[in-house]
Design a protein around this ligand. Structure first.
Ligand SMILES: NC(=O)c1ccc[n+]([C@@H]2O[C@H](COP(=O)([O-])OP(=O)(O)OC[C@H]3O[C@@H](n4cnc5c(N)ncnc54)[C@H](O)[C@@H]3O)[C@@H](O)[C@H]2O)c1
Length: 268
């Protein structure tokens, strides 16, 4: 994974990835390691984080696993302390852990609302609270948050998830605004439908999978590695002039209007 000039995108850096035990987080942790970063793989499921670490170490990379519930300030602080102790600082933080609880306003429980908000939004506030001073001391850094296309529009039965991901988009802009002067860039990624375990569970039958795949312009579900590639770019100096951005990586899902059909734009 060398650039034309032979330099890896994240050589000599340290990156934290939350939700690194599965899906997008696991792919990003592995991509960051390939690009030369030492990676702190954080997840509430330590065994899963360790599997990601093993895959990284097996291919010559540097990584450690840390058990973290991202909803806890104390555990976020401990994660940051471990990163500094093991790797000497933090250059990149990919706040990616997230969860879904389906339901409309009538059916969703208050408890599930709180779980989603705490896991998807409060976690980023708490992670940033502890990471930002370390990054500022080191002269800067890059924070990437995982939002979603669900934060840009209304999905059926997605009231908590959609609200949480919309909050991530503007939390990203607020963090970028506050910390640009410290050399810290903050961006988020809005993935479309990506082939990870929760999506596989939701789209268990082939017909549902095909229907969702066909809803974007590229006629397929995205890969975790395709979000990892966007995260690696945002983490690196290649995106040095990008901050406060919500980068949509969805195969054109949100570009395509379903409101008005003026004829099929795609020749078949
Ligand atoms: N897969 C998609 O289609 C898709 C689309 C848009 C956004 N996203 C977002 O991408 C992110 C990753 O999702 P994924 O699809 O890879 O899911 P996933 O379930 O494969 O991975 C999520 C990881 O987060 C961990 N996690 C959950 N709660 C946690 C907590 N409280 N503390 C620490 N870790 C916790 C889980 O253990 C899991 O390993 C989420 O924020 C999700 O909302 C996913």
């Amino acid at each position: 994974m060398l650039r034309d000039d032979g330099v890896m995108l994240l050589e000599g850096t340290t990156a934290i990835v939350t939700g690194a035990g599965s899906g997008i987080g696991a792919a990003a942790a592995q991509r960051f390691a390939v690009e030369g970063a030492g990676v702190v793989c954080a997840d509430i499921r330590l065994a899963r984080a360790q599997q990601t670490v093993d895959a990284i170490v097996d291919t010559g990379g540097r990584a450690i696993a840390v058990e973290v519930d991202v909803r806890s300030s104390v555990q976020n602080e401990a994660m940051v302390d471990i990163a500094v102790r093991e790797f000497g600082g933090i250059d990149v933080a990919f706040f990616n852990a997230g969860t879904i609880r389906p339901g409309n306003a009538v059916k969703l429980s208050e408890q599930d609302w709180d779980v989603v908000m705490d896991t998807n939004v409060k976690s980023i506030f708490l992670g940033a609270k502890h990471v930002l001073p370390v990054m500022a001391d080191g002269g800067g850094g890059s924070i990437i948050n995982t939002a979603s296309v669900s934060g840009l529009r209304g999905d059926p039965s997605g009231i908590a998830y959609g609200a949480s991901k919309a909050a991530v988009v503007n939390l990203t802009r607020c963090l970028a605004t506050d910390h640009a002067a410290q050399g810290i860039r903050v961006n988020c990624i809005c993935p479309g439908v990506i082939d990870t375990p929760p999506v596989r569970r939701m789209l268990a039958d082939d017909a549902a999978r095909e229907q969702v795949g066909n809803s974007n312009l590229l006629d397929r579900i995205g890969l975790p590695s395709e979000i990892a590639a966007a995260a690696a770019w945002l983490a690196s100096d290649e995106s040095a002039f990008v901050t406060g951005e919500a980068l949509v990586v969805d195969g054109g899902l949100t570009s395509r209007s379903v409101a008005l059909n003026m004829g099929d734009p795609r020749p078949r």
